[in-house]
Design a protein around this ligand. Sequence first.
Ligand SMILES: NC(=O)C1=CN([C@@H]2O[C@H](COP(=O)(O)OP(=O)(O)OC[C@H]3O[C@@H](n4cnc5c(N)ncnc54)[C@H](OP(=O)(O)O)[C@@H]3O)[C@@H](O)[C@H]2O)C=CC1
Ligand SMILES: Cc1cn([C@H]2C[C@H](O)[C@@H](COP(=O)(O)OP(=O)(O)O[C@H]3O[C@@H](C)C(=O)[C@@H](O)[C@H]3O)O2)c(=O)[nH]c1=O
Ligand SMILES: [Mg+2]
Length: 284
Amino acid sequence: MTLLVFGRTGQVALELQARSPDAIFLGREQADLTDPDACAAMIHKYAPSAVINAAAYTAVDRAEEDEATTLAVNGIAPGAMAQVCAELGVPFVHISTDYVFAGDGDTPWTPNDAVSPPNAYGRTKLAGEDRVRAAGGAYAILRTSWVVSAHGNNFVKTMLRLGAERDKLTIVADQIGGPTPAGAIAEACLSIADQLCAQPDRAGTYHFSGAPDTSWADFAREIFAQSGTECEVEDIPTTAFPTPATRPLNSRLDCTTTQQVFGIARPKWRDGLSAILTQLGART
Ligand SMILES: NC(=O)C1=CN([C@@H]2O[C@H](COP(=O)(O)OP(=O)(O)OC[C@H]3O[C@@H](n4cnc5c(N)ncnc54)[C@H](OP(=O)(O)O)[C@@H]3O)[C@@H](O)[C@H]2O)C=CC1
Ligand SMILES: Cc1cn([C@H]2C[C@H](O)[C@@H](COP(=O)(O)OP(=O)(O)O[C@H]3O[C@@H](C)C(=O)[C@@H](O)[C@H]3O)O2)c(=O)[nH]c1=O
Ligand SMILES: [Mg+2]
């Protein structure tokens, strides 16, 4: 099996590389996602047996200022990739986000629930989903949330940095979701790609997030507890932490069908956090 991955430096891409070193990983230099034709050409060039897209414009606040570039990367390029994969009869695994949902209520979102993104990043990720589905191939859209790892930019690394500088942090306690280790996402993508090769009828939209659901504030407390960081966390409402992009309050993802169809269970984020802190040399 020749696996082609868009993305080389991101959180999920690096975890894919650790688990599938023989796959081909395309960085920005090989395939810039602002150039959909270049992305399509790479799939023709390598004629892989499966494609995973692990590249995206993920700077949620910056996306508000530059929705056109964000749409090119998150919307148009994945559509072009999915189109070539459909033509070649090759499975395409694409990662999406909880930020396609409005975030009202407290019921976990199922894959068929109505979407209504609250910000530019979410709108462009939804555009990507729509184009991937429209291509009509053996696709899997895997919506995940709150991705963390020892690499790149993420909430764990931000908390370790700020927690070392400050005695107390104010963290939003009314946004609820599932922190998801990038390593678990990489494993899920590889298993899904494999299964789609043999069972293309499993194509569809699926959810995958770490369990149990929690708030950013409680997540921060666990990061400080596990790392032995002395930093108090004060709960605040989202209204007290204004940001350019609106975040959904309810990011809970119902992952039932991912378990039923692919046999992939929700990862336990506390265990994932422990492994990440060990990797960072920050576990007490
Ligand atoms: N991070 C999160 O909390 C969440 C992420 N997701 C989704 O999961 C997937 C993986 O995210 P994650 O690993 O965290 O992402 P990262 O932000 O860690 O990495 C993004 C990757 O995309 C690449 N990239 C960005 N723009 C371009 C471009 N124009 N051309 C080529 N490559 C580009 C980056 O390359 P470079 O290093 O060169 O910039 C980098 O390799 C994405 O689809 C994301 O939307 C879903 C939910 C939550
Ligand atoms: C640093 C800090 C953040 N926060 C809040 C802001 C925000 O609501 C929450 C998390 O901050 P982040 O900047 O990590 O959030 P954000 O970058 O929006 O994370 C999102 O990224 C995209 C790519 C996704 O797809 C989502 O699933 C989600 O992971 O913590 C505080 O309340 N206090 C603080 O001191
Ligand atoms: Mg972020």
